[in-house]
Design a binder for this molecule. Sequence first.
Ligand code: ADP
Ligand code: ASP
Ligand code: MG
Length: 403
Amino acid sequence: MSIIVQKYGGTSMADSKCIKNVAQKVVKAKRLGHQVVVVVSAPAGVTDDLIRRAKEVTDKPSGRELDMILATGEQISISLLAMAIKSLGEDAISFTSSQVGIFTDANHNKAKIEEINTSKIMKSLDANQVVIIAGFQGVTKELEITTLGRGGSDTSAVAIGVALGASEVEIYTDVDGIYTADPRIVASAKKIHRITFDEMLEMAGSGAKVLHLRSVELAAKNNMPIHLRSSFSDAIGTFVVDEEDENMEQVLVRGVAHTTNNAKITIANIENSSKNIAYIFKSISDHNINVDVITQNYIKKDRMTISFTVSEDEYEAALALSKKLGKDVKAETVYGNESVAKVCIIGVGMKSTPGVASRVFDCLAQSDVEIDMVSTSDINISCVINQKDYQKAVIAIHNAFEL
Ligand code: ADP
Ligand code: ASP
Ligand code: MG
């Protein structure tokens, strides 16, 4: 009997009607003869609401206590889904990650899964039960509750799929596949039928929140195919797979992704030395802050200005730290800008085709979008722009490359 892992996101678990719909889908898979493990997110809006409540009592909730409250959202979903499945005549059991043994490191709010104990899951599957596991949460070896970062249930599902040796992981959500751009921003975006791990890594890393970045990293590392599809239809969705194959359309650009939760920090006018750069970024990484795009501008022969972007939720910590670092490296000023966005175009076809970057810059120029910072890789061109322009930029690039 094959094990299948299905993950249902927040909108799929939003209310009792949605939960009953999910229960039907799960029971259908079970009755097709599979052993079914289901990973679920908190009902839509619940995690946001829990964060809001924490921030009502303090500006700076501690990571540990925030995880304690955030982990409760997924617990609502697991129990309700188990009840709904049982009412359809199949046996089901819900587990938190502490009960299963989904062990993570101790990095509260962005913990990494280190090990999964499959014995309890296997025992329940062998007893003919559907196993329902709370996504997004983990536990340390010291039994501290952790969470994996927003959107982390996708990662829970892939990690569980890998641990159980499932043949693929099905991720059910509120869109029927991965599109050439966020379909909520670009009405003409097209569904992609197959996409490589590499391209999806870039898309997710560039803000396509349809899949949590670490879920794609894990899937790529373990060659675990993901089938992303809709909870609200039976349509085939998008397969995220290892290699390009003959079924994959050969395209230059696979898609456009964007993020608006960026902030930019500038450390201006410091002595131009690699020691300064190393010192600044070592300190930032020691504080566990993720830096994204970095630029270094020479202002005169021996002076430079360093700018970098971080995610909005790390902005305050990064700015406070940069002000301190600015003093250490005798910067003229240190300042931040919270109103930036990043637009990225992605495609393995760009590797072998010159001139893509210039087409991107040209189309942004024609749309009056100022480019603030640029970073490129073989398969990704990212432009940091003014936040107010992001929709205009995504649509312009999407049109320019006839996606
Ligand atoms: P879930 O709660 O099921 O995890 P998410 O809200 O995290 O769902 O992810 C689904 C959303 O991702 C879609 O509603 C869509 O707006 C957004 N999205 C962003 N980029 C893309 C893309 N390229 N293709 C499809 N959806 C995308
Ligand atoms: N409930 C969590 C969130 O809203 C995890 C998830 O949905 O994947 O971020
Ligand atoms: Mg999600």
